[in-house]
Design a protein around this ligand. Sequence first.
Ligand SMILES: NC(=O)c1ccc[n+]([C@@H]2O[C@H](COP(=O)([O-])OP(=O)(O)OC[C@H]3O[C@@H](n4cnc5c(N)ncnc54)[C@H](OP(=O)(O)O)[C@@H]3O)[C@@H](O)[C@H]2O)c1
Length: 358
Amino acid sequence: MKHDNPILITGASGFIGRTVCAELSRAQQPVLAMLRDPPRQLPALRREVDALGGQGSLVQAIGGDLDKPDLGLSEPLPALQAIIHLGARFAWQLPMVEARQTNVEGALAVARLAHSQRTRLVFISGFMLENHGHLTRLGINLMHANQTDWQQVYRRAGGYEASKLEAAIRVREYTRDHGVDMIEVQPATVAGDSRSGQLDSQQPLYQLIDNLARGRMAAIPGSREHWLPLVAVDLLAAIIARAATSSVVPPRVLALDRHTPTLQGMLTTVADTLQQRPPRRFLPMAVLAALLRIPGLPRLLNTWPEALHFIQTTRFDTKSSDTFLANQGLAHPPIQAVIAASTRYYQQQHRQPDQQPA
Ligand SMILES: NC(=O)c1ccc[n+]([C@@H]2O[C@H](COP(=O)([O-])OP(=O)(O)OC[C@H]3O[C@@H](n4cnc5c(N)ncnc54)[C@H](OP(=O)(O)O)[C@@H]3O)[C@@H](O)[C@H]2O)c1
């Protein structure tokens, strides 16, 4: 994989970003992290990269902010091997203006940078871009961004999801019109590291485990067919790294383990690991969505209506992505074991001091 020109990464300090930095630097690939505050963030990022088995010393930083005009880069860029765009505001209840500023305008600024640098753009969208029934229900025109009523999409899907969908469609349009070499990686909901289970506390799977552990999930949202497709963060990082460095990559890579169990199966694994009784009854989505309209209930249940969109019955075609993985010598780790490892990691974070192993 080694290449002397660095790969520029936005969102390098995030959960996925730091694992990508570790993956690339482990293979001797220099990395240039675009950080909002390099003096504060770079030392911590290097330590995290070392701890993840990468080489922190191969990570340099440049100041930049997705919210600033032309990214507000602190200095001229060297020749790049590729740009990986992971940076985004990732939260529920995001106001439309803020979500669009960072996730849509910021992504377009990164696409313009890839064009001016004549380098490949690896753009990280999400698996919902492949859920065409859902996109149609939201009223999205996949081919022409300006033929969608985005205000309506933001109202229906919430700021985070809507801005990710809008960003992908606008970046596809821009890169198509300007001849930019763009690979889109579409991750499922990200699970912890397949060995250590390491998972940031603001990640959706961590919050789901937390809800179950705290007894906030007496019933399973949806039906027996509903699922939340997952991908282990270390496999996702390897896919993103290969998308940036390999010569032959399909234009879209769906990073999703089709063997992810249904939500019922996932909650059973989490509950077994926590040594709790798993929920057995189902709460239909429409009922749950109606309940969550009661003021105060989303906060009480720590469940936001927009998060429910990611739990669906749709199955996805992963054939071409699975072929790419096989050609790269990559494979999904056993996902039930990843769910259990993520749950054990959660338990370690919540263990009382007197419960720490001696
Ligand atoms: N995690 C998932 O389940 C999942 C699934 C599908 C797609 N994705 C996509 O994957 C990407 C990374 O997700 P993640 O889970 O790693 O998120 P994360 O941990 O929240 O990381 C977000 C990153 O974006 C950076 N960022 C936010 N606003 C910025 C700004 N204005 N300028 C520059 N950088 C900014 C953050 O920097 P600071 O450290 O400075 O805040 C951080 O490095 C996102 O695009 C997300 O939509 C994630």
